[in-house]
Design a protein around this ligand. Structure first.
Ligand SMILES: *Cc1c(COP(=O)(O)O)cnc(C)c1O
Length: 389
């Protein structure tokens, strides 16, 4: 059996894969099993922040791998402590809980919010308001948080206590806040899986205002938007707010699984000994990878991300067959006249890998993608969008 046949035979059929076996790569170029090269604008869904097989990251991870790969949380380790300090300082938060994925980072945020509200206002204050068209993960509770019916329907009953408000509709949010005993409002600064849709500045300001007035927590899901992706370190930094809880994962480890829940002043002491935990959480190898990522996501890199973003937006918004370009930084969605799958396939045939979000082409290139590769990829994408060719 070849790889595709074996995968189809033995791996649960949860993924609609592209017909490609990726076997290696360097930077923003991936190689398939036949040696064909592709410029990668997907980075494993915003995970490979500095592309693949990045030398500095490999060195950092290898050094840790040669010391110790895992200890459990029964012991102290330096990489986790160092990374937590970096994250707290750079995000203006007080404490960190480490896990292994975005869903788990959100689970921790939800548990923290419920415990805070129960202790402060009473156990009936357990409702979490999330937004319609959001995506927060695949566990039973983060599915409940996800405001999209299609993900719910086969798995009922889900965790109780989630109410969905319309994104960018302050009146609807106000109504939901009035009608429920609310612990927290949870949102993505840019709805990623929902179609790369940024929230309006006024709406986010209204969330912050309501939250402050009523002692409701704000949870910002930065699983996809975090770690430099939007041209600032975290997406919420575009909005001038200070969240109570920030969750992140995808790009944090540069390709290794790590989730982090950052806890602000109000909730810094909510989680106590025994109230939450994770066997792998804070794994030293993953933390070493993340420290390397964080040390390189500096002002210069972020300014570069914004320049590349402006270039892509400029090229594509005026291109034939393109209806709209949304998003921020290097997290962009392109609505095309042509069927999105056709555009993606055409790109692949011509050596460029892009992914999808709803009806849009989604671009999530490495933050350090070289200009030359970016320009080549944008030309291929523009051609693919043109009607009739
Ligand atoms: C991907 C994603 C998640 C889920 O992360 P996993 O690591 O797949 O569990 C949660 N929230 C957002 C915004 C995401 O983009």
């Amino acid at each position: 059996m070849n790889v595709k046949q074996k995968d189809n035979e033995f791996i649960a059929a949860t993924y609609a894969r592209f017909p490609l076996v990726i076997s290696a790569g360097k930077g923003s170029v991936l190689t398939d099993e036949n040696g064909k090269e592709y410029i990668d604008l997907g980075t494993g869904i915003a995970v490979n922040t500095f592309g693949v097989a990045d030398n500095e990251w490999i060195t950092a991870v290898n050094e840790q791998l040669n010391k110790i790969q895992h200890t459990s949380n029964l012991y102290y380790t330096k990489p986790a402590a160092d990374l937590a300090e970096i994250l707290c300082h750079r995000a203006g938060m007080k404490k960190v809980f480490f896990s292994n994925s975005g869903a788990e980072a959100n689970e921790c945020a939800i548990k923290t919010a419920r415990k805070y509200a129960a202790e402060k206002k009473g156990t009936e204050y357990n409702t979490i308001i999330t937004l319609i068209n959001s995506f927060h993960g695949r566990t039973v509770t983060t599915l409940a948080a996800t405001g999209q019916e299609v993900f719910h329907k086969d798995f009922l009953p889900l965790t109780e206590g989630f109410v969905y408000a319309k994104a960018n509709d302050t009146e609807d949010l106000r109504q939901k806040v009035r009608d429920n005993k609310v612990a927290a409002i949870m949102f993505e600064p840019i709805q990623g899986e929902g179609g790369v849709i940024p929230l309006d500045k006024e709406f986010v300001a209204a969330i912050a205002e309501m939250a402050k007035e009523l002692d409701i927590l704000t949870i910002v899901d930065e699983v996809q938007t975090g770690n430099g992706r939007t041209g600032k370190l975290y997406g919420y930094m575009h909005y001038g707010i200070t969240p109570d809880i920030v969750t992140t994962a995808k790009g944090l480890g540069g390709g290794l699984p790590i989730g982090a829940t950052l806890l602000g002043e109000k909730v810094q002491n909510v989680l106590t000994t025994g109230s939450h935990g994770s066997t792998f959480g804070g794994n030293p190898v993953c933390c070493a990878g993340a420290i390397n990522m964080m040390s390189r996501i500096d002002d210069e890199l972020l300014s570069d991300v914004r320049k590349k973003s402006a270039y892509i937006i400029n090229e594509l918004s005026s291109a034939k067959g393109v209806k709209s370009v949304t998003g921020m930084g290097l997290m962009l969605g392109i609505e095309t006249e042509k069927d999105v799958n056709e555009v993606i396939e055409n790109c692949r045939k011509n050596g460029v890998l892009v992914i999808k979000a709803k009806n849009k082409v989604r671009l999530l290139p490495a933050l350090n993608i070289p200009w030359k590769e970016l320009q080549t990829a944008v030309e291929v994408l523009k051609k693919a969008c043109e009607i009739g060719e």
